[in-house]
Design a protein around this ligand. Structure first.
Ligand code: BJW
Length: 239
């Protein structure tokens, strides 16, 4: 499971701590449904800037090492990421669950139409509206980034896939290894997966720049930058 720290060396800021995204921008204003209802243009400006930054970022040695691991392990590997930047897919990872959504997808703030790929950069009114549920003359439903904000449920299918994967290893009596990379372990339910994996007998490892809040849940913590630590842990050359 990965978090913002794995993309830090690709030039994308993390959320918490010094120079983190939440330092300049209070989280309630841009990453909650209430924030979007209050000021949708502010939220779109925040996510359009994030789209632009992610568009110019390139996967680093840690993303590439995980893609290489997947090529050698096939369906015995699953990558659950909290990141929305798409860098794992750009590195070649295919078995990726995007727990918190994707910067590159948009959905309706009112109807249940499926999210769709969107590479626009809205910054000011008129903001994009839903062409499925907005009827002429009726109040328009704004489109919004397909990101899981605080107080919103993660997609149950995504959560189910992670749980099924962990249980499958248990059912097959296959050795299970849970590796978390670059995450503060503060945000639930993602932060709880390590405990669940442990209950199923997994060996639990963390590669992070510093010891996080939930370090007690890990059997082994390797401190350092992901581009050095992850390729070394996986037996690949670092950069
Ligand atoms: C490096 C490095 C380098 C740096 N190399 N490492 C149970 C208990 C308490 C609260 C809750 C609970 N269950 C649910 C909640 C409420 C809430 C929550 O967890 N709150 C906590 C803050 C307490 N969770 C939710 O609301 C979730 N929904 C939910 O559970 O629905 C049901 C429900 C609703 C209401 C009430 C109760 C239940 C949804 C969570 C959605 C999170 N969304 C965000 C923002 C959107 C994405 C975006 O804009 O991009 O997702 S929040 C933000 O945090 C983002 C991240 O994915 C997420 C995790 O952050 P991450 O990735 O760990 O980044 P950082 O910055 O925190 O840490 C980076 C780490 O990297 C650091 O440790 C660095 O040291 C390290 N690092 N450089 C290696 N080079």
């Amino acid at each position: 499971m990965t978090g913002a720290g794995i993309s830090a060396e690709s030039g994308l800021p993390t959320f918490r701590g010094k120079d983190g995204l939440w330092e300049d921008q209070p989280v309630q204003e841009v990453a909650t449904p209430r924030g979007f209802a209050r000021d949708p243009a502010l939220v779109w400006r925040f996510y359009s800037a994030r789209r632009a930054a992610a568009d110019s970022a390139r996967p680093n040695a840690a993303h590439l090492a995980l893609a290489e691991l997947e090529r050698s392990m096939g369906d015995r590997f699953l990558l659950a990421t909290q990141n929305v930047d798409g860098l794992h897919q750009a590195a070649g990872s295919e078995r990726v669950i995007e727990l918190h959504g994707s910067l590159w997808r948009t959905r309706c703030s009112r109807c249940q139409r499926p999210s769709f790929e969107d590479r626009r950069y809205p910054v000011a009114p008129p903001l994009p509206v839903c062409d499925v549920c907005t009827e002429p003359g009726v109040d328009a439903a704004l489109l919004r980034p397909a990101i899981v904000w605080f107080e919103e449920m993660l997609d149950p299918d995504d959560q189910g896939e992670v749980v099924r994967f962990l249980r499958r290893a248990d059912a097959e009596r296959a050795p299970l290894l849970f590796l978390a990379i670059g995450t503060s372990g503060i945000v639930y339910p993602a932060a709880a997966y390590v405990r669940y994996a442990k209950e199923l007998g997994a060996g639990t490892w963390l590669a992070n720049l510093e010891r996080p809040e939930n370090d007690w849940a890990f059997d082994h913590v390797v401190e350092g930058p992901a581009t050095a630590v992850v390729p070394a842990m996986l037996g690949l050359a670092g950069s």
